[in-house]
Design a protein around this ligand. Structure first.
Ligand code: SF4
Length: 109
């Protein structure tokens, strides 16, 4: 790829003197680069945060099946679990849960 195209894609600097724009090609490349960078950013952030597609909904798994307990397991507890719905619900386990509780579905990512 020529350096002026790299500069154009990155949005850096002005076009070099005498630069000839090829109609259609640069616009499509720029559009594709923007679309790919947006999709890549979304994938990266969703991968890191577990992107929810909407508001969390309380779960239906019985506490006994989830082996839920009202106390933490080591440092693991509902308050830092990705399934926790503040102040006292969970998107996996049915019914109220404690911020200091824990169950086998505990996950932080
Ligand atoms: S540890 Fe279990 S009960 Fe607590 S929020 Fe996470 S999934 Fe729900």
């Amino acid at each position: 790829m020529r350096s002026e195209h790299l500069m154009e894609l990155s949005g850096m600097g002005a076009k070099p003197r005498g630069h000839m724009e090829r109609p259609g090609i640069s616009a499509v490349t720029r559009r594709r680069a923007l679309a790919q960078s947006a999709a890549g950013f979304a994938a990266l952030t969703c991968g890191l945060t577990g992107c929810a597609s909407g508001p969390k909904v309380p779960g239906t798994t019985p506490k006994m099946e989830a082996q839920y307990q009202d106390s933490p397991k080591g440092l693991a507890h509902c308050g830092i679990c990705k399934h926790f719905i503040s102040p006292n619900a969970c998107e996996v386990v049915a019914g109220p849960v404690q911020g200091d509780g824990w169950c086998r579905f505990y996950a932080i990512f």
